[in-house]
Design a protein around this ligand. Structure first.
Ligand SMILES: Cc1ncc(COP(=O)(O)O)c(C=O)c1O
Length: 451
């Protein structure tokens, strides 16, 4: 029985807990109930329509009306709604998808796929496979992981352990032993008090070298990083940073895992974040836009030279004792096949670059106008953050209610934006038009004017 609107509003958070929220908060401050999506717009239960400046959650890159993906999901549900690909069985969709992913990621040197059900799963799988790689090669002591402070890698215990933000760690500690963090190249705030991006990148690289020397290179399995930090507040490093990390990792026998759960498939203006910086990595964690958010799915992409080590093992150590019931879900694979085709047909990376430049310029113009904006970060595709402060000279954080007010008024003025701590994060679908970008900026302007 469909429930009426009042029932839905009254019961929203009564019998469900929302992720990333205090259970009492949603009872006091009921969330917007989204009931429809079309193009790059969403509609709520009251019939209010807004441009989705969030893109679902960095995943609805092709918008809400991507018919080929919907059709592929429907057809696959009719033909084979599920079959496992654990040892001994496979399904046709996953085989086809692996071929297309191999072609798509060929310039990244990534030739094998390991399927998952989402981003945290992909990160977990990459971390595990990295440890196993060293064990196969007789370096069983390489078990530690390094990562960036401010990085976000999801919420499994593995992912939370490499996460660089206390918000996602403290309540769930103790986390995995042997995970260590280095400063991120965040020019607005960093322990070096350095605002020049290139100099800061060098300082962070030195910190990485220092940490490796301290831990002992032979104890470290992998370094994991987002090519452009997303949830931590859109932190694009200087162009020298990721190549520098790759060189240091290689020299020390440490595997490099790119967490591209957000950046793969065009968001940065390049087909992958690693390609954006001219780096080839050992593992790439992907999810989100692989199915346009229409089906929970992910893939860890694996470099040819890593795959060879596993495939040539004759000792049995390369047996993969890891995987999920939904690793290789045929409906997810069908969605991903259609999504990949549509992503390339529309060449969304170029629109992401062009519209991203407009969004970044628009956010900078807002900063020139509103003192509450302390920093604007972007310039690489459709990922932009606006960091709010109460005082530009001290960089003290905004009053608690401020980001929420901006968000609420912006929503009423026609754009959904996301608040994360002091940041307003913008990650619209990659198919937005210049007009949609202007709607997001003018809605935010209204939000700032309301303060
Ligand atoms: C870079 C990155 N890695 C991992 C994750 C976790 O993905 P999921 O929420 O699908 O588990 C996210 C989610 O936002 C992410 O941004």
């Amino acid at each position: 029985m469909p429930r009426d609107e009042n029932f839905l509003k009254a019961n929203n958070a009564r019998h469900l807990w929302h992720p990333m929220t205090h259970p009492a908060d949603h009872l006091k401050n009921p969330p917007t109930i989204v009931t429809g999506g079309h193009g790059v717009r969403i509609t709520d239960i009251d019939g209010h329509e807004a441009v989705d400046g969030v893109g679902g959650l960095w995943n609805v890159n092709l918008g809400y009306s991507c018919e080929p993906v919907k059709a592929a999901i429907t057809a696959q549900l009719e033909q084979l709604p599920y079959y496992s690909i654990f040892r001994g069985t496979s399904n046709d969709a996953v085989i086809e998808l692996a071929e297309d992913l191999k072609d798509f990621f060929a310039p990244d040197g990534l030739t094998r796929a390991f399927y998952t059900s989402g981003g945290s799963d992909s990160v977990e799988s990459a971390l595990r496979l990295a440890r196993q790689y060293h064990k196969i090669r007789g370096e069983a002591g390489r078990v530690k992981f390094l990562s960036l402070k401010k990085g976000y890698h999801g919420t499994h215990f593995g992912a939370a352990s490499v996460n660089g933000n206390a918000n996602f760690r403290t309540a769930y500690e103790p986390l995995l032993a042997g995970c260590h963090h280095i400063p991120s190249p965040y020019t607005y705030r960093n322990p070096f008090n350095e605002s020049d991006p290139e100099t800061l990148a060098q300082l962070c690289l030195q910190a990485l070298e220092d940490e490796i020397a301290f831990q002992g290179a032979g104890t470290i399995a992998a370094f994991i990083m987002e090519p452009i930090l997303g949830a931590g507040g859109v932190i694009p490093p200087h162009a020298s940073f990721m190549p520098g990390v790759a060189e240091i990792c290689k020299r020390n026998g440490i595997l490099l895992i790119a967490d591209e759960v957000i950046t793969a498939f065009g968001r940065t203006g390049s087909w992958s974040g690693s390609r954006h910086w001219g780096v080839q990595v050992d593992f790439m964690a992907t999810a989100k836009a692989i199915t346009n958010g229409y089906f929970p799915f992910g893939a860890v992409m694996i470099a040819e030279h890593i795959a060879e080590v596993f495939e040539q093992d004759e000792t049995g150590k390369a047996n993969i004792a890891h995987g999920y019931t939904y690793s290789g879900h045929p409906v997810g694979a069908a969605a991903a096949l259609a999504c990949l085709a549509e992503t390339q047909r529309l060449n969304v990376k170029d629109n992401a670059a062009a519209r991203g430049a407009e969004l970044y310029a628009g956010a900078q113009a807002l900063m020139a106008k509103h003192d509450v904006i302390g920093d604007v970060r972007g310039g690489h595709g459709l990922m932009v953050a606006i960091e709010l402060v109460s005082d530009r000279s001290t960089k003290a954080g905004p009053d608690k209610a401020v980001p929420g007010t901006v968000q609420q008024v912006a929503y009423e003025a026609g754009a959904m934006v996301r608040v994360s701590g002091p940041n307003i994060i913008l990650s619209p679908p990659l198919v937005v038009t210049s007009e949609d970008v202007q709607t997001i900026i003018s809605a935010l302007d209204a939000g700032f004017n309301a303060l």
